[in-house]
Structure formats: C-alpha cells, structure tokens
Design a protein around this ligand. Sequence first.
Ligand code: ZN
Length: 291
Amino acid sequence: MTDIIIELCTEINDRDKVGIKASFRGPLRNVPSSTSTAIVNALSQQLIHQLQLLLPNAFASFDDLNVDLLDAAYPYVQTAARQGLQRAIQDRGTKMLVNSCYRTIAQQMLLYNDRHNNSNPVAPPGASNHQTGLAIDIEDARGWEPYLMRYGWNPLPGDPPHFDFQGSGTTDIRSKSILAFQQLWNKNNPNDRIGEDGAFGPQTENALNASPANGFAKAPWDDKPRILKLTQPRMEGSDVERLQDALKKAGINVAVDGEFGPATDKAVKEFQQKKSLTTDGIVGPNTRAVM
Ligand SMILES: [Zn+2]
C-alpha cells in the first residue's frame, strides 16, 4: 500500500470556495481549476455508494450527529471512528463544524490536477489520509482536541484542523476507494476496461480524468437503491431525478433537476402525507414501494 502523503489541510480547505450549485458537465480533466471540489458532487456520490457496496456496515455516515458540513464534506468514516466521534460530540454538547472528511478520489484527482497552483503537497488519489475513512478537518480544532482525544481521535502535528482516528477496529480502505472507481468505470465502459486491482496507476488516472463529473450513466444505485433524503452535501443523481419524476406523476409540483434540495424534501413529505406514510421526507423501501 502506498504511503500516506501528509497534506496541509488548511491550504486545501474548501470553506472559502462555496456556492457550487450543480456538478460540472464534462470530463473531470476539464473542470475549471481552483473551484470547490463540490463541482464533482454527482460523481463523488456514485463513488461513495459503490464503496458502501464494497464495505457494507464498515463505512458509515455521521450526518445524524450534531454537525454542520461544508458543500464538499462527505460525512463518512469507518464504523469504529464514528463511535468515537459520536461520544466526543455528546461530551462537549456543541455543534462540530466539519470542513472535510472522507474525500472521494474524484475530489482528490481535482486537487491533484490543481497542485501546481499550490505550494503544499497534494497526494495522488488513494494516498491521502482523507481516503482512509479515519480523517476529519474541523473548525475550532483546539477546542475539540481534549474531547476527541478521549475517544481515539488524535491531532496531526503541523496540520492544525486535522484529526486521525487511531483507535482499534479499523482497516485500510484506501485501495477499496480506487477499486470502487475501477468497477464503476468498467460497468460503464465495457469496451475500454481497466484493471480492477485497487491501485492508482496511469491507466486509472487517465480513466478518472475522462470520467463525467456529473456522474456515469449506469449508477451503482441502479442495482441497489440508496435511501434518498435531504442531506449535506445534497444528494444528486439519476435516482433523485426518477424520484422527482414519480412525484410529479403523482400530482406534486416539483422541479426535475436531479438534486435533492428543500423543495424535493417538501414534495416527498406531501406525497407521504397523501399516502398515509410516515411523514419524514426519507425515501426508503416503504415510500418507494408505494411510489
Ligand atoms: Zn485533513
């Protein structure tokens, strides 16, 4: 496994680059430089779902904890790390502002492509500590430090906002992040297949740069649906589009834009109320069945 390259997280922080509304339409290599990595949100969401299929129950969202997330901060960590985070947040009793957490290899590729604009080292996809599912960058890091350290989350010297989970019960998932992409690529490019070896070589780099920033036509949720709901970063993709379409056909007024924002949340609740379902805005098996 590749050694982790230590990046200075303050310098590649996305907090000052917000306001991206939809993913870029075109290959990843053509994404304008120095934009927020939220611009590859749709592809990132596919990679996360594919990774979850590879690691069932080992890689979990913490969006239900008392956290505020940036547009490009995917709230996923390994299960053991999640437990530590939950306890630290409970102990302190305040909201944690998260700048970055699990970074998809699509996001990492953008940062890596952009590295000549940056004095600080950027790791190639798979070699960043932000692909471990054990890393988090937060605001007020020194205020959080004693709480996090109680539960296995240690600060990284020289990188002020960054903490790594060093408790037990974790595995190295970085090659799985690469493998998830390779599988997704092959599913969509049967005539231009790449090796599914979990390693980031030139072939995978070319394929990743040629991948659509707004997601592949064949998405991982086509085989195994994801639970759709209002999240931060927002869910975006063909499944959201199909949901909005179904809502519209059910007589509920909603824009079909493939992005699950507050208007879609409201529309789902309206549908659930009409059908006497639990009005929670969450599209799981029950709501889907009625739809
Ligand atoms: Zn970091």
